[in-house]
Design a binder for this molecule. Structure first.
Ligand code: FES
Length: 86
């Protein structure tokens, strides 16, 4: 199986998935991503791209209407296999 990892921040090796997870956990601004991941804390070239993953951005995940239910952590099957194999 080939897994492709897209890096958002090359300086700090921060992947798209890490940025998406930080946003899912509540990051609302670039400063949140900088504090939690270190994205855009070196050369800064990734700042604009990272910002597009925040709510309202081009790559933002659409908000789910959970109908009052508490959010749950959802793993995809590849992630579960990786964790079980580790
Ligand atoms: S690419 Fe992110 S700080 Fe340089």
């Amino acid at each position: 199986m080939i897994m492709i990892r897209m890096y958002i921040c090359v300086c700090n090796a921060i992947s798209e998935r890490q940025v998406q997870e930080a946003v899912a956990q509540g990051a609302q601004a670039l400063s949140d991503l900088q504090a939690s991941l270190g994205v855009a804390t070196c050369c800064g070239h990734c700042a604009e791209t990272a910002t597009e993953y925040l709510p309202g951005g081009r790559y933002a995940e659409p908000a789910l209407d959970l109908g009052g239910l508490a959010p749950a952590v959802v793993f995809d099957s590849q992630e579960i296999r990786r964790r079980v194999a580790a």
